[in-house]
Write a protein that binds this ligand. Structure first.
Ligand code: MLT
Length: 249
């Protein structure tokens, strides 16, 4: 089918990525609870770069080489690592200017799955408006890849995907064609007045509540408390504004 305007679509799981990716070179990876919220927070607070890696073993190798390395599995900090996935960790001024290696259950896996694409940026509810504005200016097909939970659909990433799609479609410059995108938009619209309450029954919110991480959840579900947009450059997530500045000069 021929489309006259660029498309913005949602893919609900890394496992489905290959079914959606054709024709999309700009990918937005989201993992609201909590990987991409943590990455946006790190970049906003001056972390120079985040190196996403697939496995705990790989992260451990970096740790042995003297890197700062963070590892999360099942919502918990992996034994032997100084830090995990809490966004508050990345506000630490000691991390300013540093490059941090990160592996998480789902978020870093989704980033790695998309890394062969021309442009991979990181989205969260935290950077919703700045990301949406930037996407509207790109004038090319956008695929939002939700990290989900172990390849399954999750509600929080779907809400975030719907929020981005809703904002971009309002510009009138894009269209959506997939049912996944329509569903994400509907779910966002029914959740947007109180996302925290809407997600009460969601599996990862319950998991994080059991781990006493409600403060993390509240932070991650707060739209627009950040403006940074991380972008993947040579395998490292860095601030988009620095990349754009380098291209201009
Ligand atoms: C992930 O990448 O799976 C999540 O960020 C898990 C978490 O909340 O720690």
């Amino acid at each position: 089918m021929e489309f006259t305007k660029p498309r913005i679509e949602a893919c609900f799981s890394p496992r489905e990525f290959h079914q959606y990716e054709e024709g999309f070179e700009l990918i937005v990876v989201i993992d609201v609870l909590r990987a991409t919220s943590a990455i946006c927070t790190a970049i906003e607070h001056g972390v120079k770069g985040i190196i996403p890696v697939d496995s705990v073993e790989e992260a451990r190798d970096y740790l042995k080489k003297g890197y700062i390395a963070a590892a999360e599995r099942e919502g918990k900090i992996v034994e032997g690592f100084p830090i995990g996935n809490s966004p508050f960790t990345y506000m630490n001024p000691e991390f300013k200017g540093e490059t941090i290696v990160l592996t998480t259950t789902n978020g870093t896996k989704a980033i790695k799955i998309a890394q062969h694409k021309e442009t991979v940026v990181i989205g969260a509810l935290n950077n919703l408006d700045s990301l949406t504005e930037w996407l509207i200016d790109q004038n090319r097909n956008v695929l939002i890849l939700a990290s989900g939970w172990k390849d399954k659909f999750n509600l929080e990433d779907t809400i975030c995907a719907g929020a981005i799609i809703d904002g971009v479609l309002k510009s009138g410059k894009f269209i959506s064609d997939e049912d996944s995108s329509v569903a994400a938009k509907f779910i966002y619209k029914s959740a947007k007045e109180n996302i925290f309450a809407y997600l009460k029954a969601s599996s990862h919110r319950r998991r994080l509540r059991r781990l006493n991480l409600n403060a993390d959840v509240k932070y991650c579900l707060t739209p627009n408390n950040l403006t940074a947009i991380p972008i993947l450059k040579d395998g490292i997530l860095v601030a988009l504004k620095h990349v754009e500045k380098a291209v201009e000069s």
